[in-house]
Design a protein around this ligand. Structure first.
Ligand code: PEP
Length: 262
């Protein structure tokens, strides 16, 4: 029997919104969804604020019973020790942080994160029960040279080395050329690569885990194009950057089932 995967609409705030702005944003998003009679539980709503916002967001979500998940944007590969400036998965877990983005292309590009580092960060997250959202994707040059799937599939193979077969992970296919460019992949392109990535998960962790693992598309997702992606069988949600810090836009993305009649 096919497993149904709860769609995951995740907002990567990047380095935007301080903790006061974060509190206001989460409240407004919650009200916006409530006013629009959004059915809680029909999708999972996730927000990924900067580290300094996490405690405030956690307190608010907890106190007001807001049905959002939240995650961090990065994690140390180490659990504790002399690693100035780093934040461990152990600390995230203590804050009830459910997810952490690992291997975002901006970290690969600006912080020289290699596949090996990404793999160790995945391990660190899993050690403490934080679900890694493993980002993979090809550059425009990779696309021209190798086609769409080769580079993201190879990145995912490396990230899943030594991961237990029953691990809880999320994969995000984010073509680098689509991030922040306004030029999203087509739903068909996203489907093709997401299906290939599900094959990688099946190969590494087995078919049962592959069937339940959510694979997201990310790259210039907006309210106007989300429905096309969500119609694809192997696209289980979206990792949204720029549009995730605009309340009305992200609220409309979360409500994609209603406003486009999917
Ligand atoms: C991202 O940074 O993960 C992302 C998908 O950004 P954007 O939606 O702005 O392209």
């Amino acid at each position: 029997m096919a497993v149904s995967r709860t769609p995951f609409l995740a907002g990567n705030w990047k380095m935007n919104l301080d903790h006061l702005q974060a509190v206001a944003f989460v409240q407004k998003l919650h009200w916006s969804l409530r006013d629009a009679a959004h059915e809680d539980g029909s999708v999972e709503v996730g927000i990924f604020p900067p580290f300094t916002d996490l405690r405030s967001v956690q307190t608010l979500i907890d106190a007001d019973r807001i049905p959002f998940s939240f995650g961090a944007q990065d994690v140390s590969e180490h659990d504790a020790g002399a690693y100035t400036g780093e934040v461990s998965a152990q600390f995230l877990a203590k804050l009830q942080v459910g997810y952490v983005i690992v291997g975002h292309s901006e970290r690969r590009q600006y912080h020289n994160e290699t596949d090996e580092v990404v793999g160790r960060k995945v391990q660190a997250a899993l050690r403490h029960g934080v679900v890694p959202v493993i980002c993979v994707g090809e550059t425009a040059e990779d696309l021209e040279e190798h086609g769409a799937s080769a580079v993201p599939a190879a990145q995912l193979v490396r990230a899943l080395e030594d991961v237990a077969a029953d691990a809880d992970i999320v994969v995000a296919y984010e073509p680098v050329w689509a991030i922040g460019s306004g030029q999203a992949a087509t739903p068909q392109q996203a489907q093709e690569v997401c299906a290939a990535l599900r094959g990688v998960v099946a190969e590494a962790l087995g078919p049962v885990t592959a069937e339940r693992t959510r694979i997201l598309y990310g790259g210039s997702v907006k309210a106007g194009n989300i429905a096309g992606f969500m119609r694809e069988p192997d696209v289980d949600g979206a990792l949204v950057g720029g549009a995730s810090i605009v309340v009305d836009e992200f609220s409309a993305i979360v409500r994609y089932q209603k406003h486009v009649g999917v």
